[in-house]
Design a protein around this ligand. Structure first.
Ligand code: TXA
Ligand code: MG
Length: 357
């Protein structure tokens, strides 16, 4: 292996960035990263959704460090990543047939299943719940790393808690450089939003977090699927109660018909003219805001691309020094539901643009 692509020397520890081929990961690079995992260290790695911050899921101490470096609330459990359905057996108390059916259809892929936890799963992973989240990622680097480590890997998104999830190694370095041992750079994450979290321990399978596998696709296999609890007083998915994905500026999300959104955002921009305003808009509308700074999240007609670019666009608003981000909403269908969920949770305020103005 050549030297590291980059080294971060300014923090508490030295972070090395190692380039790895996303299609055919070099065994030597993977082997060294796996050693770090087995030794109780932290390795950030690409998955198809976003970059994860990995530790040996069976090592409570290593997992505790994930919470420390992210600044993550201790009551927010982690997803355990496996390299095959067979490995789930050791992590769960019960594997219902519906879980196998879903795994067969959607794994490897952006679907996380909530199942009754086996007692050997450390309470640091489950945050004390009696359930565990499991998924098999569709990324050669992630799968090679899990296999080489020989243990399941617990991994949240590799960002500081509350910040947009990282879709490149550079995003990870900006948030966690100087705090973790290794970042594997396998290029941009192809899906761009996190996995769908599906609870299989309630009466009806329930989506706790919309994500890369759409509700429509799940309904195709399950028949009925319940839409998540959203912001209920006692969320079943603890992560859902925190504000998330937020750039440093205040996000105001404008929903409604696209044309009405544009008018409402122009009006809001006038109202906030004394502050540094950035408009976060669909590609089709970048010219609709003369005199304003506009960041595009991709074309409205291609929600896959919007999903891929969303978190990068939110981080770009930071780089531009935005104090107020005025964001155009997307439709809440297909992948648009996951995008819209991220925008809503980044927002301090959601406005519905009046129609027919
Ligand atoms: O795509 C993804 O899922 C990425 C990549 C790295 O795999 N991971 C990710 O992890 O987004 P994280 O920690 O950022 O989000 C995990 C979500 C949180 O909302 C958490 O509350 C929920 O899954 N979760 C984890 N274990 C759970 C459990 N036992 N019951 C309910 N929700 C759970
Ligand atoms: Mg996260």
């Amino acid at each position: 292996m050549d030297g590291p692509e980059g080294v971060w020397n300014r923090g508490e520890i030295r972070t090395e960035i190692w380039r790895v081929d996303a299609a055919v990961p070099e065994p030597e690079v993977i082997g060294r990263a796996a050693e770090v995992i087995r030794g109780g260290g932290l390795v950030a790695f690409p998955t198809e959704t976003v970059y994860g911050l990995g530790a040996n899921a069976l090592d409570g101490r290593a997992v505790r460090r994930i919470f420390q470096v992210k600044g993550r609330p201790a009551d927010n459990p982690l997803i355990v990543h496996v390299a095959g359905v067979g490995e789930v057996q050791d992590l769960v108390a019960e594997l219902p047939p519906v879980a196998l059916r879903l795994a067969e259809r959607f794994w490897p892929g952006p679907l996380t299943l909530i199942l009754p936890a086996a007692s050997r799963v450390p309470r640091e992973v489950t945050a004390g719940l009696d359930t565990v989240a499991v998924r098999m990622p569709a990324h050669a680097v992630a799968l090679a790393l899990i296999r080489a480590a020989g243990v399941p890997i617990a991994a949240p998104s590799a960002n500081i808690s509350g910040r947009p999830s990282p879709t490149t190694a550079a995003h990870v370095a900006r948030d966690l450089g100087g705090k973790i041992e290794v970042i594997l750079d396998g290029g941009p994450a192809p899906v761009g939003v996190e996995s769908t979290v599906l609870d299989l321990t309630s009466d009806l399978p329930t989506i706790l977090r919309p994500g890369g596998v759409t509700a429509e696709e799940l309904a195709g296999v399950l028949g009925a699927v319940k839409a998540g609890p959203g912001e209920t007083p006692r969320p079943r998915s603890p992560g859902m109660k925190y504000r998330h994905y937020a750039p440093r500026g205040t996000v105001i999300l404008v929903e409604g018909e696209p044309a009405a959104q544009v008018l409402a955002i122009r009006e809001l921009a006038r109202r906030h003219a004394s502050r540094r305003v950035v408009v976060l808009a669909a590609e089709e509308n970048v010219c609709a805001y003369p005199g304003l700074t506009v960041v595009s999240y991709g074309p409205r007609r291609d929600l896959r691309e919007v999903a891929r670019r969303l978190f990068e666009a939110l981080r770009r608003c930071d780089e531009l020094g935005a104090e107020v981000v005025l964001a155009e909403g997307t439709e809440r269908r297909g992948l648009g539901l996951a995008v819209s969920d991220r925008l809503r949770r980044a927002a301090a305020q959601v406005v519905h643009a009046p129609e027919g103005v």
